[in-house]
Ligand binder design. Structure first.
Ligand SMILES: NC(=O)c1ccc[n+]([C@@H]2O[C@H](COP(=O)([O-])OP(=O)(O)OC[C@H]3O[C@@H](n4cnc5c(N)ncnc54)[C@H](O)[C@@H]3O)[C@@H](O)[C@H]2O)c1
Length: 366
């Protein structure tokens, strides 16, 4: 039952949206707004059923509560899904109809891009709501969020280097990057500038050759498995989710795992992949902590986008990662558990739920 699932995941509000004229069917989920309006992207995907769409949006919006809280943003967790094939069903009319539903929540939900939605789509959604971010710079938007996502991952990696090797730099370290799309290739640039030796792998040969043309010092290996087994100091997943299963963790020779991909751990919770890494002495920088630069970038749009302010804010990922790694050691838990606890503490210090437009935002001293 849908209502059981909503209760089980602790959701505050779920809105089912339908517009027969444009064929829009969407679900907007607000998990927790104790810290402020829910912020998270809109996924456009051909779900096979409403149940499947609902399960996905509930999982994704709950994850946004933790991500936004750990990033120190005055935002709760929210996410939306549009049911359909983005290549076939996405029309300007449908996107505008969707924007009206976002607007109907009065600012309690702020949307952005996700899988299947792009900057140009948010420009159209933004024609019927004030609460669309990730728009183009021409429309006052933050543009491609992978810029600060990659910068934030680099800051998290510097913090992990400080924690493990005592210096906040990757200079002289060998870093393996799995996936050199928008985030991975920008991360490679930061690492090369910092003096790291970079090895990459991607299933798309064009992505690899474009990177090697820009950064001739970078080396590529054909198979992802070769990268997993390679003699690297840091392994950085920047492709799809589920990069870290037990088999991969056993094969890894890296001391640090830190990358931008979402949902890297195949098994979450106690006894899961984060614990496996800890047992092997691998320091894991939690994905939702280090890849928050993109959400920091788009959230800045609500104040009138300023790249420098957003970049400074993203740089705090260094301190947050160091804090999480140190408290994980102090409490004898995995960094994934330490990051969850940090998020829970911040959410608990927020205001009453549901947050209403005009209410204060952020954590309050108690
Ligand atoms: N773009 C952002 O701002 C952002 C923000 C937060 C998290 N993320 C996450 O970061 C990851 C990468 O995002 P992106 O925007 O760079 O996506 P992208 O599609 O631009 O790049 C992904 C790259 O991974 C490659 N790839 C796919 N499967 C692979 C495999 N098995 N082995 C090696 N390479 C493989 C693809 O060919 C592609 O080049 C995703 O998990 C995404 O959810 C992105």
């Amino acid at each position: 039952m849908a209502t059981d699932l909503i209760d089980l995941t602790g959701h505050e509000q779920v809105a089912f949206c339908s517009d027969p004229d444009t064929g829009l069917r969407a679900v907007i989920a607000l998990h927790d707004t104790a810290l402020g309006p829910g912020l998270g992207g809109t996924r456009f995907h051909p779900y096979s059923s409403m149940d499947q769409a609902l399960a996905d949006v509930l999982r994704l919006s709950r994850a946004m509560t933790s991500k936004n809280a750990v990033a120190g943003l005055d935002h709760g967790g929210g996410k939306a899904v549009i049911i359909g094939d983005p290549h076939r069903d996405k029309t300007p009319e449908l996107l505008r109809a969707y924007g009206r539903f976002v607007e109907s929540l009065g600012g309690r939900y702020v949307t952005a891009c996700d899988v299947g939605t792009y900057v140009e789509d948010m420009d159209v959604v933004g024609e019927s709501t004030r609460w669309a971010t990730g728009r183009s710079p021409e429309r006052g938007g933050a543009g491609d969020s992978s810029v600060l996502t990659a910068y934030g991952v680099f800051q998290g990696m510097r913090a992990a280097a400080q924690h493990v090797w005592g210096e906040p730099t990757l200079a002289g370290r060998r870093v393996g990057i799995a996936g050199v799309g928008k985030v991975g290739r920008r991360l490679a640039e930061h690492l090369v500038d910092d003096g790291a030796e970079v090895v990459v792998s991607d299933v798309d040969p064009d992505a690899v050759s474009a990177l090697l043309a820009r950064l001739p010092g970078v080396r590529a290996v054909e198979w992802l498995d070769d990268l997993v087994h390679a003699d690297v100091d840091v392994f950085s997943p920047n492709a799809l989710g589920g990069a870290l299963d037990d088999e991969t963790v056993v094969a890894l020779r890296a001391r640090v795992v830190c990358g931008g991909a979402n949902n890297q751990l195949v098994t979450e919770g106690p006894g899961g992949t984060a614990d496996r890494m800890r047992e092997r002495g691998i320091v894991y920088a939690p994905d939702f902590l280090v890849n928050a630069g993109g959400v920091i970038q788009v959230s800045d749009e609500l104040q009138g986008f300023d790249m420098e302010r957003a970049r400074e804010r993203t740089a705090t990922i260094f301190d947050h990662t160091l804090e999480v790694l140190r408290s994980a050691d102090a409490d004898d838990v995995s960094p994934a558990v330490a990051a969850d606890r940090l998020a829970e503490r911040r959410v608990a210090a927020g205001g009453p739920r549901p947050w209403l437009p005009g209410d204060p935002v952020g954590a309050r001293p108690r």
